[in-house]
Design a protein around this ligand. Structure first.
Ligand code: GLP
Length: 241
């Protein structure tokens, strides 16, 4: 694992954006694995700035997002499709037809997951997978459990995740209880993984990710086995390492 210590959130965002930008520059028709959550917002702002300055071209880029809440439509401002449109896609020259997020409106979980797996297989591999980190060590919506799920699946969100994500909703009851998420095997098959983490509330999960035993109880710990992982985290997030 390559660990890059950033001073603060802005420094983390800039450093991580540079890594992602270099992948796009080297291969303009690359497939990006993208993530939501508050952590990558600054990274996306840096990518938008690079595009506006004429330094990045997304016209041939494809993207595959990690996850989506089950039951939310892309128009719902809490859906991850909405997040991606409003934090990146609407501001760069990516062709939205080349962007993929699980279909939260498909009520049949098997159908939704199979359809997403087909999209992932057809893409022929993810060049760089961006990840945030849940306070309980989750990646995407792969919550702590007794095994590492392989491909896209439907998960019951844990109380810790519902609690962490309720800040984005009007009331806790509004937080969906289930989500569709890319599996751990798919994440591990990405050529490169870039994990970003900021703030003291990620310190425990990040220390376990980097130094703890590899266990599905801390899903991100599996990244210790990936040959090309870069973690860009600020001092607060790295305070227990
Ligand atoms: C959600 C997402 C994850 C994300 C996590 C952390 O649960 N499914 O992909 O990494 O939140 O979010 P934040 O960056 O806001 O702390």
């Amino acid at each position: 694992m390559r660990i890059i210590k950033a001073k603060d959130y802005d420094d983390m965002s800039r450093k991580a954006a540079n890594i992602m930008a270099s992948v796009i520059t080297l291969d303009p028709s690359c497939t990006l694995g993208l993530a939501t959550g508050s952590t990558p917002i600054g990274l996306y702002k840096n990518l938008i700035a690079a595009y506006e300055n004429g330094n990045l071209d997304f016209s041939k880029v494809h993207s595959i997002n990690l996850d989506e809440y089950k039951g939310l439509s892309g128009d719902n401002d809490q859906s991850y499709r909405y997040f991606m449109n409003h934090n990146l896609f609407d501001y760069v020259n990516i062709d939205k037809a080349n962007t993929n997020v699980p279909n939260g409106l498909e009520p049949d979980s098997d159908k939704a997951c199979e359809a997403y797996n087909e999209i992932i297989h057809a893409a022929g591999g993810i060049d760089i997978q961006l990840l945030g980190l849940g306070r309980n060590g989750h990646i995407g919506f792969n919550e702590p459990c007794d095994h590492f799920p392989k491909e896209t699946h439907c998960v019951d969100l844990t109380a810790s995740t519902i609690d962490a994500n309720k800040r984005f909703f009007e009331k806790e009851e509004d937080v969906p209880r289930q989500a569709y998420t890319m599996g751990i095997q798919t994440i591990m098959q990405a050529k490169k993984v870039l994990l970003v983490a900021s703030g003291a509330d990620k310190a425990d999960a990040l220390a376990k990710t980097i130094e703890g035993p590899v266990t599905p109880e801390v899903p991100a710990s599996i990244l210790q086995f990936h040959p090309d992982v870069t973690i860009v985290a600020d001092e607060a997030a790295l305070s227990l390492v």
